[in-house]
Design a protein around this ligand. Structure first.
Ligand SMILES: NC(=O)c1ccc[n+]([C@@H]2O[C@H](COP(=O)([O-])OP(=O)(O)OC[C@H]3O[C@@H](n4cnc5c(N)ncnc54)[C@H](O)[C@@H]3O)[C@@H](O)[C@H]2O)c1
Ligand SMILES: O=c1ccn([C@@H]2O[C@H](COP(=O)(O)OP(=O)(O)O[C@H]3O[C@H](CO)[C@@H](O)[C@H](O)[C@H]3O)[C@@H](O)[C@H]2O)c(=O)[nH]1
Length: 440
């Protein structure tokens, strides 16, 4: 099938590439001409495991192309996916100006002689956005243009997007016409996954409800972690114990510094706002957000309790990306922590295996020194803070680390190190919701 993806950012590029891998002919469009030039030159603007080789392979066989023009791409495509940003406004509502602009651009490009088109929203949008997109296209397109709107929310996780796209838990297709439903089912025909067929509104709501529920699990375990800290219980054992119940499951019960990234913070905010606008305040989600907003502050309080005054103390931070296996620092808790440490006058050095270039424009003005090598980053530090769950840090050479630090003190915000191993090397070790290993 011939597909166009409008928006060649994280979702557009990864889904477009995976659609090509599934055998479709895909044109990824973006209005950022610089990005399109980069992609056309063979470079990949984001770090995502397995993506580069798939892009190269599918470009080489002519299944994947990049274009700055919506109009030219739409003419050739049966299905048009929208994957543009839906960022938060200051009041938490969703900024839908990108979606509205694309709807107008599609409308202006559609011609009756092009035949029936399916326009699919892949961006995360408030319930009832599909209706607005449909009205907008009808309003701006000429008469006799035939199209349907479908909602097909995307559930990929950054860092494992390719596997998530090619082996998803489920595919949700929200369509109000059988014809549109059948077209999108053909798009996904090569994928072996259950398909949930819904109306457009339900599909849109599934995405916000799913992300908010996952965020709720994280805030829940982080709240439990605080109780563990006060009582000497171990949150890892508690998570295991509750997660063994299949109705709960162990997934997304990793206590830590809280959730970041381009999705959970904005989507929880959006769902709170959508519910409030509908006259049904979702106070449970307000608490989820509050727990997340205060989680890293509580962690910082614990560092301050240990060092007393942070001013002029050298603190090393391992991890800047919002999670492992990505160079994305959007809403990264690690950066918030760096900002607060700098704000108190600490001398902060930081490192990350992939996200130094994305973090640098934010951290350089704060005075954070970025150091490539993780051990050099920790040299002479009074405290090492682990802020992202990279496997490099989980597998750190503790003897080597002990040799470079001024004090052997670690604050592990992601619970990736083993207290027993740290005790053996003589580290003082503090983590989230687990008993500390005190100074030898
Ligand atoms: N990042 C994720 O992991 C993820 C996962 C699932 C869903 N989503 C949702 O997908 C949507 C896109 O997110 P993203 O992370 O890919 O954003 P992104 O910022 O990485 O990419 C969006 C792209 O759209 C382009 N764009 C904006 N306006 C355009 C226009 N008028 N014409 C053509 N291109 C245009 C931008 O230049 C950018 O390249 C959001 O709604 C997000 O919530 C994101
Ligand atoms: O048990 C956990 C799991 C995750 N996190 C944190 O939660 C954030 C988000 O992690 P993750 O969900 O793995 O990454 P995303 O790429 O943001 O993916 C989420 O957001 C996407 C965008 O909507 C959805 O498509 C995905 O299904 C959803 O998992 C990160 O800061 C993680 O460190 C925890 O603190 N504890």
């Amino acid at each position: 099938m011939n597909l166009t993806i409008i928006g060649s950012g994280y979702v557009g590029l990864t889904t477009g590439t995976c659609f090509a891998e599934m055998g479709h002919h895909v044109i990824c469009v973006d209005n950022n001409t610089e990005k399109i030039r980069t992609l056309q030159s063979g470079a990949i603007p984001i770090y995502e495991p397995k993506l580069e080789e798939l892009v190269k392979k599918n470009v080489a066989v002519g299944r994947l192309e990049f274009s700055p023009s919506i109009a030219a791409s739409i003419a050739e495509s049966e299905v048009i996916f929208i994957a543009v940003p839906t960022p938060p406004n200051t009041d938490g509502s969703v900024d839908l100006t990108y979606i509205e602009k694309v709807a107008r651009e599609i409308a202006q490009a559609l011609q009756p002689e092009m035949g029936y088109k399916v326009i699919v929203d892949k961006s995360t949008v408030p319930v009832k956005t599909g209706e607005k997109v449909s009205q907008t296209i009808k309003h701006y397109a000429g008469p006799n243009v035939q199209f349907d709107i479908v909602s097909n929310p995307e559930f990929l996780r950054e860092g494992c997007a390719v596997d998530d796209l090619l082996h998803p838990d489920r595919i949700v297709i929200g369509a109000n016409s059988e014809q549109a439903m059948n077209v999108i089912k053909r798009v996904y025909q090569p994928i072996h996954a259950p398909i949930l067929e819904t109306d457009v509104n339900s599909a849109e709501l599934i995405k916000h409800a799913a992300n908010s529920f996952l965020a709720l699990k994280i805030s829940y375990i982080n709240a439990v972690a605080k109780v563990c800290e006060k009582t000497g219980a171990d949150v890892e054992l508690v998570a295991e114990g509750i997660g063994m119940d299949k109705r709960i499951s162990r997934h997304f019960l990793n206590a830590g510094l809280g959730y970041g990234g381009s999705c959970f913070p904005k989507d929880v905010k959006a769902f709170i706002n959508i519910s409030r606008t509908l006259g049904i305040p979702f106070t449970l989600l307000e608490e989820v957000e509050h727990i997340n907003d205060t989680q890293h502050i509580h962690f910082l309080d614990r560092i301050r309790d240990r060092l007393w005054v942070l001013k002029d103390k050298k603190i090393a931070v391992w991890g800047l990306a919002f999670k492992q296996n990505t160079d994305d620092v959007r809403e990264s808790i690690a950066l918030k922590l760096c900002e607060k440490l700098c704000g108190e006058g600490a001398i902060v050095t930081a490192t990350d295996p992939k996200a130094m270039h994305t973090a640098a424009p934010i951290l350089n003005p704060m005075g954070v020194k970025l150091v490539e090598d993780m051990y050099e980053c920790a040299r002479d530090a009074e405290v090492l803070v682990i802020a992202t769950e990279w496997s490099e840090y989980a597998n750190a050479d503790l003897q080597k680390l002990a040799g470079v630090m001024r004090n052997r003190i670690i604050f592990d915000g992601r619970n990736i190190l083993s207290p027993a191993n740290l005790r053996a090397v003589g580290f003082e070790y503090h983590s989230v919701g687990r008993p500390s290993v005190e100074e030898a």
